[in-house]
Design a protein around this ligand. Structure first.
Ligand code: ACO
Length: 332
């Protein structure tokens, strides 16, 4: 927990990348019993991007990272820590962060993956901020990237229409600026109901076999209704607790960037916090739920659109499989 420390972790630059291929709701309706109307009204999603078959998570991460490094205006050799938040790594090992390290040409720099599903980037922000404040690292590259299309069951209309692929990145450093940068944070988890949202097959509990593949166990499974209810509650509480840590109220916020899972979840969060929808930055309609990429994609978009100015109070909040949740309050 960080409140008004004389030194703060700050975001020096952000970048993002989304694959070229746009898949509309109508495209799904050609092969599934679904419709543009159902998807739009139940989720707010109009389209999503899917990566090319050969475009792995590390490729998308690299493009977002290059943009973040350019925006930060630093020499990449200053980076001494790389963290990639993802639940769709290129492969179980080596980590996507190691593959990214090589692609960026940063030999010997510490690199690891962080798995907190859709909360991964915000979790990562809280972990990386702590590492930077400890003095162990000076400049970090944090990426949230997913190739969700690689784990979707395209025969399951209740899940496959919800997700998309993409990557977002941030370069972080430490500055002597009391009351600026990351001023409060919260990360939490409840692992008691993993079955609500999981990819059951492919790991050590259920290694891939012909039978597990036939039973489609290597695809994402979700109890959407339960996740919906939990998401509204845990994100609402996380926002309130994080604001309280730093002595702020919801009225003080200039912008909220919530995990982009479902517009109805975001609207319920707005009601719970009593914040006008104009103070939320959303791009769910364009990209669907890109899991760990969702918050950094929206953050980068908001910065580039001029929606975030120096001195603004920004709240990032996410939830995901685990269940995990995280929020970060930043004085820009
Ligand atoms: N097209 C048409 N009909 C559909 C579709 C579809 N794509 N999907 C489901 N339906 C049907 C269902 O089969 C059901 O039909 P039935 O009544 O005949 O059984 C009907 O629509 C209603 O289904 P519900 O599940 O009640 O629909 P709901 O309004 O709850 O919306 C949704 C479902 C969109 C999944 C919602 O529950 C949701 O968004 N939940 C949260 C999901 C989420 O945020 N997940 C991300 C977590 S983050 C992470 O870590 C990955």
């Amino acid at each position: 927990m960080t409140t008004l420390s004389p030194r703060s972790a700050v975001i020096l630059g952000t970048g993002s990348y989304t694959p070229e291929r746009i898949v509309s709701n109508e495209d799904f309706a050609e092969s599934l019993d679904t419709s543009d109307e159902w998807i739009r009204t139940r989720t707010g999603i109009h389209q999503r991007r899917f990566a090319a078959p050969e475009e792995a998570t590390s490729e998308m991460s690299c493009k977002a990272a290059e943009a973040a490094i350019a925006a930060a205006g630093i020499d990449r050799s200053e980076i001494d820590l790389i963290v990639v938040a993802t639940m769709t790594p290129d492969m179980p090992f080596p980590s996507t962060a190691c593959l990214l390290q090589s692609k960026l040409g940063l030999p010997n720099v510490a690199a690891f993956d962080l798995q907190a599903a859709c909360s991964g980037f915000v979790y990562g922000l809280n972990v990386v901020s702590g590492l930077l404040l400890s003095g162990r690292h000076k400049k970090a590259l944090l990426v949230g990237a997913e190739k969700m299309s690689s784990i979707l069951d395209f025969e399951d209309r209740t899940t496959c229409v919800l997700f998309g692929d993409g990557a977002g990145a941030a370069v972080l450093g430490v500055e002597d600026c009391a009351g600026k940068g990351v001023i409060a944070s919260l990360s939490g988890a409840d692992g008691s109901q993993p079955e609500l949202l999981q990819q059951p097959g492919g790991g050590s509990a259920l290694p891939p076999t012909h039978a597990s593949l036939d039973q489609r166990q290597h695809f994402l499974k979700m109890n959407g209704k339960e996740i919906f209810k939990l998401a509204v509650r845990v994100m609402g509480n996380a926002c309130k607790d994080t604001l309280q840590q730093a002595g702020y109220s919801a009225d003080d916020l200039d912008l909220v960037i919530p995990h982009q899972a479902n517009m109805r979840i975001i609207e319920s969060l707005q009601k719970r916090l009593d914040i006008d929808h104009s103070k939320f930055h959303n791009n769910l309609h364009l990209y669907g739920n890109t899991s760990a990429a969702s918050v950094p994609l929206a953050l980068d978009e908001a910065i580039r659109a001029g929606r975030i100015q120096s001195g603004d109070l920004i709240l990032l909040v996410a939830f995901g499989a685990g269940l995990t949740w995280a929020s970060t309050l930043i004085k820009w």
